[in-house]
Write a protein of this length. Sequence first.
Lengths: 80, 80
Amino acid sequence: MSRVVHNRIAIFRADAGLSRRELAEVVGVNPQTIGFLERGDYKPSLELALAIAEHFGVAVEQIFSFEAFPSLSQQLNMRS
Amino acid sequence: MSRVVHNRIAIFRADAGLSRRELAEVVGVNPQTIGFLERGDYKPSLELALAIAEHFGVAVEQIFSFEAFPSLSQQLNMRS
DNA sequence: GAGATTCATTGTGTTAACGCAACAATTTAT
DNA sequence: ATAAATTGTTGCGTTAACACAATGAATCTC
């Protein structure tokens, strides 16, 4: 094991207009923990990942993935 | 934190006709680890949860959830 | 009924995901 | 420009998710 897990926490959080402190207290962890996750210092537990995904109303795979996420400019620039 | 996380690993594994040993080596963990997870002795890491969901071709939430899963008889007995 | 899988259990050790505290650096607001 | 909020970083402690080993019970196969 030990595969790299990419995440889009920062993007979803910024889009929701939340500070780390706010997201932290919503999902019930320390503010620094959110920072550590966003920087990729370590990976969240499944429990925390489920809580974050639940809060943003998306599937876990929308926020955490073995594959690197496309940049926003790539994803929003959709041609048929 | 520390919410209960329910899982349907055993059902997906049995449905795929896999032994714990086989699932374990597919996702790259010890066979006992699968047993511990199925019995709910502890929760998987996000990494392991992603690997298991990926192998069965479903979203993480189909296998791991804060909500208890309905029994198969309930789920298969669908009336409009 | 002997052997091979599978599953259950216990125990010991390692590592990483946290909590908490403190403080500096940067950004935002007034 | 000063204050306030946000973010970055370090360090130390705890706990739980693993790995690995060993053993026994249950089931399946020949």
